[in-house]
Design a protein around this ligand. Structure first.
Ligand code: ADP
Length: 272
C-alpha cells in the first residue's frame, strides 16, 4: 500500500501513520522527522534547514525532493509506504509524480485528515504538555507563534494539493475531528473500499487456503457432503416449480387450468 497523508499541523497525521505502519507493515516517511534528524546530526541539509524549520517556514523543494527520492530507492520501500509531510507544495507533488513514474511505483491514495483550525492550537498544546510529561524534548516550532506561521504556510502552499489530488481522483477525505480510534477505523474502511488493502487480504486468503488443503479430513467431509447438497438443491427446485405454476394460474384465462396443473405436480412430487 502506498499512501500520502495530508493535513495541517496537529491533524493527527503522525498518529495515524504509526497505526497504519503497525497494521500493514509498511514504512512511514516523514520529511519533518528526517529533517529533524539531519538538523540533530548537523549534516549539510540539516544546517540549511535548521533556521527555516525553527521559524515555521518551508525547506526548499529541491532538498526535500532529494531526500524522498533517495529514500524511495531503498529496499524496504517494496513493502509500501506512507508519506507524512510530503508533498507540501504543488511543485513537490509534481516532482513526486515524476519520481513515482520513473520508479514504476503506483500511488494508491491520498488521505486528507480534515480538521477545524480552531482545534489545532489546543491539540498542539496538548502534544507539547504530553511530551514534557514524558520527559521528551519538545519541538522548537511547537509554540503558538510558530504554529500560526505553519498554519498559514499550510493554507497557502499545501492546501492546493487537495484540489491537485482530487482532480487526479486520488483524494479520500476523512473527518479528523473524530476520536483517534474512529479516525483509524474510517481510514481502514476507505482503504479496503478502494482495494488498497487487497494484497494483504489476498495473502491472508492464500495462507488460509494452504492450511485448509493440508487438513485432508476436512476435504473428505466436504466431498461426502456434495451429494447431499445436490439432493437438497433438486428438492428446492421441485418445490419452486408448482409455486411458479400457481402464480401463473392467478393470471388471465388459464387460471383454473393452471391451478389444477400445479396441484397435480405437487401431488406427483409428494408421492415420489
Ligand atoms: P507539522 O506537520 O506538524 O508541521 P512536520 O514534522 O511535518 O510538522 O514538519 C516540520 C517542519 O519541517 C516544517 O514546518 C518544515 O519547516 C519542514 N518540512 C517538513 N516537510 C517538509 C516539506 N515537504 N517541504 C518543506 N519543508 C518541510
Amino acid at each position: 500500500m502506498r499512501l500520502i497523508l495530508l493535513g495541517p499541523p496537529g491533524a493527527g497525521k503522525g498518529t495515524q501513520a504509526q497505526r497504519l505502519v503497525a497494521k500493514y507493515g509498511i514504512v512511514q516517511l516523514s520529511t519533518g522527522e528526517m529533517l529533524r534528524a539531519a538538523v540533530a546530526a548537523e549534516t549539510p541539509v540539516g544546517l540549511q534547514a535548521k533556521d527555516i524549520m525553527a521559524g515555521g517556514g518551508l525547506v526548499p523543494d529541491e532538498i526535500v525532493i532529494g531526500i524522498i527520492s533517495d529514500r524511495l530507492d531503498q529496499p524496504d520501500m517494496k513493502k509500501g509506504f506512507i508519506l507524512d509531510g510530503f508533498p507540501r507544495t504543488v511543485p513537490q507533488a509534481a516532482a513526486l509524480d515524476e519520481l513515482l513514474k520513473k520508479k514504476h511505483i503506483k500511488l494508491d491514495a491520498v488521505v486528507e485528515l480534515r480538521v477545524n483550525e480552531s482545534a489545532l492550537l489546543q491539540r498542539v498544546e496538548t502534544r507539547v504538555a504530553e511530551m514534557r510529561a514524558r520527559g521528551e524534548e519538545v519541538r522548537i516550532d511547537d509554540t503558538p507563534e510558530v504554529l500560526a506561521k505553519r498554519l498559514a504556510q499550510y493554507r497557502s502552499l499545501t492546501e492546493p494539493l487537495i484540489h491537485y489530488y482530487s482532480e487526479r481522483r486520488k483524494l479520500l477525505t476523512v473527518d479528523g475531528m473524530m476520536t483517534i480510534e474512529q479516525v483509524t477505523r474510517e481510514i481502514n474502511r476507505i482503504l479496503s473500499a478502494i482495494g488498497a488493502t487487497e494484497a494483504k487480504v489476498a495473502a491472508k486468503a492464500a495462507a488460509r487456503k494452504a492450511s485448509v488443503s493440508k487438513a485432508k479430513p476436512a476435504k473428505a467431509v466436504k466431498k461426502a457432503a456434495k451429494p447431499a447438497r445436490k439432493a437438497a438443491k433438486a428438492a428446492k427446485k421441485a418445490v419452486k416449480k408448482p409455486a411458479k405454476a400457481a402464480r401463473k394460474a392467478t393470471k388471465g384465462k388459464a387460471a383454473a387450468r393452471g391451478a389444477k396443473a400445479a396441484k397435480k405436480v405437487t401431488k406427483k412430487r409428494a408421492k415420489g
